[in-house]
Design a protein around this ligand. Structure first.
Ligand code: HEM
Length: 342
């Protein structure tokens, strides 16, 4: 059967909005009804701006899923985001029942659709975190580095983000983890460009990856290139966006990572916050503090329009993520790293 997926894979947007929403107790039926309206509401705005590529992806958190459709129907890897506490830095887990991820060439259509959704939310829930992201020069984050270069493309992107035969009832869905990071620009700007490049693992001006023999063990890139037991690289799809306010000096990166198995993103996060080996944590965290953290399942459009939750049999579901660090990655998500520098 052909499944219509949400448009998780999209070219880097020029404008974006990230809304994290909580749903009130007792408003479950209304929330479920709102979810069935989302694709229609998106068309109402998108049709009027056909050249702007307005894209709305909706994610549902584990607790809300249980309230709407029953715990026994949970997608295989859906669970609440778990705090990750390293010796120095912590990735907090914060509240969130729904994620609305809006992307567009202009901010106007994002704002219009967000406003329509917010209006429908009255009596159902609240927007508890809202970030308006913008495109910075050359696809750079506010640390000044090009962000997104090594994202998978084409078939590799589809394989990286799409739930497949491992969970047939929810095939075509995806998982997404979001975190709002604020940068300490004073400390960052005090570093020389060479030191900053050693934090990221790539050159700043021309975005070239450092050779393996010079790239530090605690560079962001080193800790985020991970492989399965057979040496295949495990990938996620990121669409981070800068945000900030000059008046209060806030500079941030809104991290958003889609994956067919959130265990891949969680392993990257453990590498970043705890370190690999433990203690060798990601140096980017000395300049970037995570203020939020949440995990959502993004079902197919077919599911959103006409939910058909499927109860699992009596076999216990394998989530939350296994403590042995194994990843349960299907063959669909495998790709061998084929770059020359490593
Ligand atoms: C403060 C937040 C973050 C910033 C500013 C940031 C920035 C960057 C930059 C500049 C790159 C290099 C260019 C590229 O390939 O995109 C990169 C790569 C990458 N980042 Fe991040 N990142 C952040 C958080 C995260 C988090 C939380 C994860 C995972 C959970 C992550 C996963 C990755 C991955 C997988 C790569 C590509 C590695 C490769 O294949 O070479 N990033 N990031």
């Amino acid at each position: 059967m052909h499944v219509v997926t949400q448009q998780v894979i999209a070219p880097p947007a020029r404008a974006g909005m990230f809304l994290v929403i909580t749903v009130d107790e007792g408003a479950e039926d209304a929330a479920a009804a709102l979810l069935t309206e989302i694709s229609g509401l998106t068309r109402s705005v998108a049709f009027r701006v056909p050249d702007d590529g307005l894209n709305c992806v909706i994610g549902i958190g584990a607790h809300l899923w249980d309230r709407l459709y029953g715990e026994d129907t949970r997608p295989l890897h859906l669970h609440p985001f778990q705090e990750i506490r390293g010796a120095k830095h912590t990735a907090p887990a914060t509240e969130g029942d729904l994620l609305v991820h809006l992307r567009c060439r202009e901010m106007g259509p994002c704002f219009e659709l967000a406003r329509i959704i917010a209006r429908r939310l009255v009596g159902i829930g609240q927007v508890v975190d809202e970030v308006h992201g913008f495109k910075f020069f050359d696809e750079r984050d506010l640390l000044g580095f090009v962000d997104g270069t090594e994202n998978p493309e084409g078939d590799a992107a589809v394989a990286a983000v799409t739930v497949g035969e491992e969970d047939p009832a929810y095939a075509g869905g995806s998982y997404v983890i979001v975190q709002k990071y604020l940068h300490d620009m004073t400390s960052w700007d005090a570093l020389s460009v060479e030191e900053q490049e050693r934090v990221i693992g790539r050159s700043k001006l021309d975005d070239i990856e450092m050779a393996d023999d010079v790239k530090p063990a605690n560079a962001h890139i080193t800790l985020n290139v991970i492989e399965d037991d057979e040496g295949n690289q495990l990938q996620i799809l990121r669409d981070n966006m800068p945000f900030g306010e000059v008046g209060d000096g806030t500079s941030g990166t809104y991290f958003i990572g889609y994956a067919a198995d959130p265990g891949v993103t969680e392993r990257m996060l453990r590498n970043m916050f705890i370190g690999d080996p433990p203690g060798t944590y990601d140096r980017i965290l000395d300049f970037s503090v995570a203020h939020t953290g949440a995990l959502f399942f993004t079902p197919s459009i077919d599911f959103l329009d006409d939910p058909h939750p499927v109860a699992r049999d009596a076999t216990p579901a394998p989530d939350p993520a296994p403590s042995d660090g194994s990843l349960r990655i299907g063959s669909l998500h495998r790709r061998t790293r084929e770059r020359g520098t490593r």
